[in-house]
Design a protein. Sequence first.
Length: 118
Amino acid sequence: QVQLVESGGGLVQPGGSLRLSCAASGIIFSISAMGWYRQDPGKERELVAAISSGGSTNYADSVKGRFAISRDNAKSTVYLQMNSLKPEDTAVYYCSARRTYYDQRDFWGQGTQVTDSA
């Protein structure tokens, strides 16, 4: 079955950096679209960044210029480099995979907590 395992979350000081990783299995990673979402308690889950199988990226306006999504197809891993973190970036971050080559179904990881210590 499809598994997405996130890592790299934690507590960070304002202005600090973190890199999240998401290792995927059970899908053809190189031709799947990948993304990072986040959710605060009481709020809807929102897209943070996405990367297509061809490497095209898009970002939420709130993170443009601070966050960068990338993928390593050889490792079946997607990354989210987060710089200049702000208190409003505090949330649970979820990795997603879309099986674009088959049924467009979305899969989710278990989430990793990112907390700005401000």
